[in-house]
Structures are given as structure tokens and as C-alpha cells.
Ligand binder design. Sequence first.
Ligand SMILES: CC(C)(COP(=O)(O)OP(=O)(O)OC[C@H]1O[C@@H](n2cnc3c(N)ncnc32)[C@H](O)[C@@H]1OP(=O)(O)O)[C@@H](O)C(=O)NCCC(=O)NCCS
Length: 202
Amino acid sequence: MSAPPKTVLRATPEEEAAIRQAVRTAQPGSPDSVLAGPEHVAGLVTLLSDPAVSGPIYDLPRPINAETVSAWVAEAEALRQKGEAILFVSLDPAGEVAGYSRFSVWPDRSSAEIVGGRRADLQSRGQGGAGAARSFGWMFEALGVRLVGLTAALDNVRSARVIEAAGFVRMGERDSVRPDGTVRRSLYWELTRDQWQALQQA
Ligand SMILES: CC(C)(COP(=O)(O)OP(=O)(O)OC[C@H]1O[C@@H](n2cnc3c(N)ncnc32)[C@H](O)[C@@H]1OP(=O)(O)O)[C@@H](O)C(=O)NCCC(=O)NCCS
């Protein structure tokens, strides 16, 4: 299950309310992305059934099938209405699901996390880094959080490169708990909004 960052920030009630409202009303940061709904379940099942996509991701439902993915999409929508999560899918020119991004948000801690993946034929083509950088900035700008914490499997070289290229600071490792209660050891990074803004101006 998604876990908030190691660093504990405390949002004021006003900041927390603003973040919740931003999550509820957020528009995707990328033109090919839309909010996930029941109409995307079949495409998500196909996407996530590929271990090249879902293998490195700890917080997906297992097994992956229409029932579990349908519940996962519905849960994300319920959390979005509370201001605590967003699930976007990206669509290819044919309208097929070509990737997803799930944002977990802790408004009381002014913090967020993103987990996602691209379809295998779109991986390692130099697009993931740019897309991830957009999503990182989007969390600070559109959601208004002050801290983002990220994890990746210990052997996920591509994620680590993308995350470190965006300026995230390595802060050791942590245990990520899968929905079935088993633990995956993860690399762990954080970036604050101040650090991100300084990097934009550098
Ligand atoms: C992680 C992911 C989003 C990255 O997107 P991508 O489009 O594949 O990544 P890119 O092609 O932009 O490459 C990212 C970096 O990894 C490097 N890279 C690409 N393929 C690689 C490979 N097979 N081995 C090692 N490095 C590789 C690239 O050179 C690039 O580094 P650089 O910018 O320093 O040159 C994508 O691979 C993916 O969806 N993976 C499956 C799901 C996943 O791991 N999600 C992340 C969970 S934290």
C-alpha cells in the first residue's frame, strides 16, 4: 500500500483543504491523459497483465483481472473525491491504454507519491524521463504539495535514472508493503517543492 514520505510535514488546515480541492478538480498534466474510469478497465487489465509493466510495481492489485482492476479504479475514484488519490491513464493515438499514473496524496502532510508505467513497446525510448519530469512538476504546481517521496525496486535502473535526473535526493531504502501484506525492499527518494523550484531556476 502507498506509504507517505519518511519526512513528516504538517499542513495547516487551509493548506490541507486547498490540496484536497486541487486533487478533486485536477486536470491531467499531459494532453494524452484522462481520468481512469470503468471504460478503461479492459485496457488496464491488458496493460498490467504484462510483467514488463506491472512487475516492478508494488502497490497494484493481484491477481490482475477485470474484477480486481475494476475495484482498483473505483477505489481511486472514491479517494479522488476525498482529495487523496488520482488515477490517470494515457491513451495512444488509437485510443488504447498505453500507460497509467497513480498519485497518492496525503493532504494533511502536504505530500504525494506517484507510481506508474508505460506499455512495453513504449519503454526505453527516451520518453519516460520527460513524462516523469512533467508529472513531478505537476504534483508541486497543480496539486500544491510541498513534498514528494518516491520508491523503486532495488533493481529498477530506469526508474532510478529518471528519478535522480529530476533532482530527487536518495534517502536510503524502505520497506514497501504490497496489498497482500508481503514486503518489497525499495530504493527511496524525496524532493521538496523548494528544491524543485530551485532546480527550475538553475
Ligand atoms: C520506468 C519507466 C516509466 C521509464 O520510462 P522509459 O521510457 O522506459 O525510460 P527512458 O527511455 O526515458 O529511460 C530512462 C533512463 O533509463 C535508461 N535506460 C533505458 N533503458 C534501459 C535499460 N534497459 N537498462 C538500463 N538503463 C536503461 C535510459 O538511458 C535513461 O537514462 P538517461 O536519461 O540517463 O539516458 C518505464 O520503463 C516503465 O514503465 N517501466 C515499467 C514500470 C515501472 O518500472 N514503473 C516505475 C515504478 S517506480
